[in-house]
Design a protein around this ligand. Structure first.
Ligand code: TXA
Ligand code: MG
Length: 329
């Protein structure tokens, strides 16, 4: 197929919405990462999404809405705590897992009886959903196993010829995927860490909020993550990636020494150092993709101090990218 490239103008968003309505797939910007969207209520559209990404079909999709009243038809219950979070955070980088109504096809939820719902904070995304007249199922718009796309050019690199249209929106400022929160239990539980932290959830609800134990530390064959996507190896750059953890200046010195050694061996070496967790979130996936496209052999990245929740969320991605290869300085 030949992919149509569209702007965020009202006219172009109408064209994109028509693509969604007629069962096609559209790459579109959100505040976290770009999504590959299709009609969430059409099982054939969901199947196309899995095929386009090369994604395992047991890994459920997130359903995107543009108005709060679009959630009622999708979920069996919308508990008070979920409503409070939605009102406080949406539109924003948070996904709520709730019991689904039968109208949401199994093809969209990977056969689960729950559905993940999110309202993204990007004007073009919201307008696209509204114009489509249906909720939009959208995973990140990357080929399965590649870093999530934070620029439209990344979507083009992965999905040109596989998506019917790609919207050339702005770069994503969030940079890591939304926080996924399970709201089906007594207390909220974070299934995928993101920019909405457990502290923020507790501040809004006044109840404790923890992480799914399976996403803490290295993957453990005895612990299966509740978000099926968290069990896959993600974000792997082609280069061999190593994290350096420890006191900042000592880690920087060790990285410099290792970079010099690698370069002396003729290896193209990329060094990644971020000043803040937010900067790391915004730049990480673009840096990984750039390193790959420039043919880097080695990536040396400074670890973030995991005593703070946003840093923990970014480190969750960095550790996967590096295959848990960490040098403690
Ligand atoms: O920021 C984001 O969330 C982006 C943008 C496009 O909205 N989307 C995204 O989708 O990251 P995806 O498909 O790459 O990741 C969805 C994650 C996966 O880990 C999946 O297993 C989990 O959410 N998930 C989806 N539905 C679920 C459900 N019903 N129960 C548990 N986990 C679910
Ligand atoms: Mg993804």
């Amino acid at each position: 197929m030949s992919t149509l490239y569209l702007t965020t103008s009202e006219e172009d968003l109408r064209i994109a919405a028509a693509v969604i309505r007629t069962g096609g797939l559209v790459g579109f910007p959100t505040e976290t990462v770009y999504g590959l969207g299709g009609n969430a209520l059409d099982p054939e559209a969901s199947k196309k999404i899995y095929a386009a990404k090369g994604r395992p079909s047991d890994n459920p999709l997130i359903v995107h809405i543009s108005e709060l009243d679009q959630i009622g038809p999708l979920v069996k219950t919308f508990p008070e705590n979920a409503q409070k979070l939605a009102e406080a955070v949406w539109p924003g980088p948070m996904t709520l897992v709730l019991p689904k109504k039968p109208v949401v096809p199994d093809a969209t939820t990977g056969g689960l009886d729950t559905v993940a719902v999110r309202m993204p904070a990007n004007p073009a995304a919201l307008r696209l959903i509204t114009l489509s007249g249906c909720p939009i199922a959208a995973p990140s718009a990357n080929l399965s196993g590649h870093p999530s796309p934070t620029r439209w050019q990344h979507v083009r690199d992965d999905l040109d010829g596989r998506a019917d249209a790609i919207i050339m929106g702005s770069p994503c400022l969030g940079g890591i995927e939304s926080t996924v929160i399970d709201m089906t239990g007594q207390l909220p539980q974070i299934l995928r860490p993101g920019l909405i932290t457990p502290e923020r959830v507790t501040e809004i609800l006044g109840v404790p909020c923890g992480y799914d134990p399976a996403i803490l530390g290295k993957p453990d064959p005895g612990l299966v993550p509740k978000a099926p996507g968290m069990k896959y190896k993600h974000y792997a750059p082609r280069a061999q990636m190593t994290l350096f953890s420890g006191e900042r200046s000592a880690a920087a010195a060790a990285m410099e020494k290792e970079a010099a050694r690698c370069r002396a061996e003729g290896k193209k070496t990329e060094v990644l150092i971020y000043d803040t967790s937010e900067e790391a979130a915004e730049r990480l996936f673009d840096d990984l993709r750039r390193s790959d496209s420039e043919g880097a052999d080695v990536i040396l990245a400074m670890a973030l101090p995991e005593d703070e929740s946003v840093a923990f969320s970014v480190m969750n991605r960095m550790l996967k990218s590096a295959g848990y290869n960490v040098i403690k300085v």
